[in-house]
Write a new protein. Structure first.
Length: 175
């Protein structure tokens, strides 16, 4: 079965490099990841784009991962004015003040232990599920946690790339 490119993917395949790079920066802040995905254009379908994204993510160094993570706000504090951040952290929107305070405390403990924000693909998770994952991952050794971060970025990137592939970036304005 052959799949045809979606409107957003058609745009991405033919966009000027600077525009395509800017669209990818909205997906993942790692410039190495963006370069890896750009270098593999054009894509026949979203599955090929996902495969390239996964391959580029697997090649990231610790510094590249740090660059990617730096763009992610802590769970429970979505980036103001960023619809993707608010959408992805929707599970915390109805959280109690007690849960919010606990997440803040756990986020700070995590950041102190690992040197970066706690990163999880929050889409579809409740505040309690995010809290439980954060508690569990606090005990990981740093090497294991770095791989958890890579795995979570793969999931986040796929969700964001799905949206990019569906519609050209101009259609995202005001979303």
């Amino acid at each position: 079965m052959t799949s045809t490119p979606t409107p957003g993917l058609t745009w991405f395949n033919t966009a000027e490099e600077s525009a395509a790079r800017a669209a990818l920066a909205e997906v993942c802040a790692s410039s190495a990841w963006g370069s890896g995905v750009l270098s593999r254009r054009p894509y026949a379908d979203p599955a090929a784009l996902f495969a390239a994204s996964d391959a580029a993510m697997a090649e990231l160094t610790a510094e590249d991962l740090a660059e990617a993570m730096a763009a992610h706000p802590p769970i429970g504090r979505p980036k103001p004015g960023d619809p993707a951040s608010a959408r992805e952290q929707r599970g915390m929107s109805g959280a109690s003040e007690e849960l919010r305070a606990e997440m803040l405390e756990l986020n700070l403990a995590y950041q102190e232990r690992f040197g970066h924000v706690f990163l999880i693909c929050a889409t579809g998770l409740s505040g309690e599920q995010m809290r439980d994952a954060l508690r569990e991952r606090l005990g990981n050794p740093p090497e294991r946690e770095r791989e958890n971060v890579r795995d979570e970025l793969v999931k986040i990137n796929r969700i964001r790339l799905t949206r990019l592939a569906r519609e050209a970036p101009a259609a995202h304005e005001g979303a």
